[in-house]
Design a protein around this ligand. Structure first.
Ligand code: SF4
Length: 489
């Protein structure tokens, strides 16, 4: 049987790490699914391939809708939203980080639903289970029948096998078997549940909306529904929310948290608050640190839009070199060229970005970008800037060299495809053909996120594995496939 498959959401290789997923849930409001749709719309940057919503209504029970594509194209029509009634709903936007990588099948679209002896439950997962292969093998041997290729489905099957008497306890049981990164929003008929893994790798926040409550990957999605940000769900915490309020407990062994530092650099929206800090301000700080660490004489500081913008502003403020929008982004790419012809494909980056020639001609330009992954886009941008008549091009990168893949819910190329895994900084500069190339140091990045002393080497305060190669959770599945971790120093 063939089933509908979604073409990759990124027909042009924009050479970025791809955000994981966004999750959102609401309890205690009329037509909760409408709030969830709005929340997911605000989280669309975390996944553009597909989205799904499950709701519960006392009369109709659980209802669900799962669709390929953007939230705005799928969950705005009255016809669809009328099928999702009730005061309790959760939702998920997806970019595939496991299973059918880069090509989503409708059966892989979350939330996943399970019917248990004590009632149904739906779950939406952001992160990645690093021992999913072993769990899946074990579960299949014991009779589980998987419906999808997603690692997240293991949680439903582990819950089904648990002997605990209620769904939150079954979920705890299941999650104790799971390694890796997980932020989860789940629901039963009467409860909204939020959980974060003990390291707190991926974000999850709690909000108050009228008399109800919301759980969200980021605070920007609380803003859109007029919810008040209450607090972050803590690493290792489970909250169970009912009409009586929020119950919190910590079912896992306590460990030192390791939140993803790349959320500050790139994944989260700049209007979100992470760890009590504005993401925008952190990114501006990163630019300031970069300017202190790697100054250069130039005429203009230009961001590679949009993600390089706050860091470029910070660089400009610190260095006193004027900020200019030397590259303009076409905001309306969308899915216009979802099946691009060869001719259009060759235009590549030019379809998305255009150089502001009048500004650039004859100038020494500092380009600020958030990261260099494979370097393909950086090379093209450099060519465009030189074609426009720039006198010099200097790259300043708002993250350290990305030399290791992420196994915690971010789609990264294989290690050998990462430019920084195979080249020194100087070799990268030569490869990109720029006058200078500098990355922020790991200590500089830690200072920018508020750690005045920089990175604590014996016990790092964040996950920074894609820069340092020091993985806070053993990537068991990948080790099985032959991945070699960095040798201990
Ligand atoms: S490896 Fe990098 S992207 Fe992945 S969780 Fe850690 S810091 Fe974030």
């Amino acid at each position: 049987m063939t089933e509908p498959m979604m073409p990759p959401a990124h027909p042009f290789d924009d050479d970025k790490l791809k955000e994981e997923c966004g999750i959102f849930g609401v309890i205690g409001t009329q037509d909760a699914a409408n709030f969830v749709a709005l929340g997911l719309h605000a989280l669309q940057h975390r996944g553009q391939e597909a989205g799904g919503i499950v709701s519960h209504d006392a009369e109709l029970g659980f209802q669900s809708a799962r669709r390929f594509g953007y939230v705005r194209d799928n969950f705005t029509s009255q016809k669809v939203m009328e099928t999702l009634p009730g005061p309790l709903a959760i939702g998920h936007v997806r970019y595939s980080t496991s299973g059918n990588k880069g090509q989503t099948a409708i059966r892989d679209v979350q939330p996943f639903f399970g019917e248990f002896a004590m009632g149904g439950a739906a779950i939406a997962h952001n992160g990645n289970i690093t021992n999913a292969n072993a769990l899946r093998r074990e579960l299949i041997e014991r009779g589980s029948i998987f419906q999808s290729s997603s690692d997240s489905e293991c949680i439903i099957h582990l819950m089904a096998r648990s002997l605990q008497r209620n769904i939150p306890e079954r979920m705890e049981d299941a999650l104790r078997r799971v390694e890796g990164a997980f932020s989860i929003v789940a629901m039963t008929r009467t409860k909204l549940i939020g959980v974060r893994d003990p390291l707190g790798v991926r974000p999850l926040v709690l909000g108050r909306v009228g008399d109800g409550w919301a759980l969200s990957s980021e605070t920007c999605a609380l803003d859109i529904i007029g919810a008040e940000f209450v607090r972050e769900i803590e690493p290792g915490e489970m909250v169970v929310i009912t009409d009586k309020g929020v119950e919190s407990h910590f079912p896992f062994r306590r460990v030192a948290p390791r939140f993803c530092i790349f959320e500050h650099v790139y994944f989260s929206r700049p209007d979100s608050i992470l760890g009590g800090r504005s993401v925008y301000e952190t990114r501006e700080n990163i630019g300031r640190e970069l300017a202190k660490e790697s100054p250069v004489e130039a005429d203009l500081v230009c961001p590679v839009p949009d993600s390089g913008t706050p860091a470029a502003i910070g660089f400009s403020l610190q260095s006193g070199i004027p900020y200019a929008m030397g590259i303009i982004r076409n905001q309306y790419m969308g899915r216009t060229f979802i099946e691009p012809t060869e001719q259009i494909r060759n235009m590549g980056v030019r379809l998305k970005l255009n150089v502001n020639r009048a500004l650039i001609k004859g100038k020494r330009v500092i380009l600020v970008d958030d990261s260099v992954v494979r370097g393909t886009t950086s090379r093209k941008i450099k060519e465009m800037i030189l074609d426009a008549g720039a006198a010099e091009v200097h790259f300043r990168i708002a993250s350290p060299p990305t030399a290791w893949p992420c196994f915690y819910g971010v789609d990264t190329p294989q290690r050998e495809k990462l430019l920084a895994a195979t080249m020194s900084e100087d070799e990268m500069r030569e490869h990109l053909g720029v006058d200078s190339l500098k990355f922020i140091s790991l200590d500089g990045l830690y200072r920018a996120v508020g750690e005045a002393e920089g990175r604590n080497k014996s016990c790092p305060q964040y996950c920074d594995a894609c820069f340092s190669g020091e993985y806070p959770v053993k990537p068991s599945d990948m080790l099985e496939k032959g991945f070699e971790m960095k040798a201990a120093e």
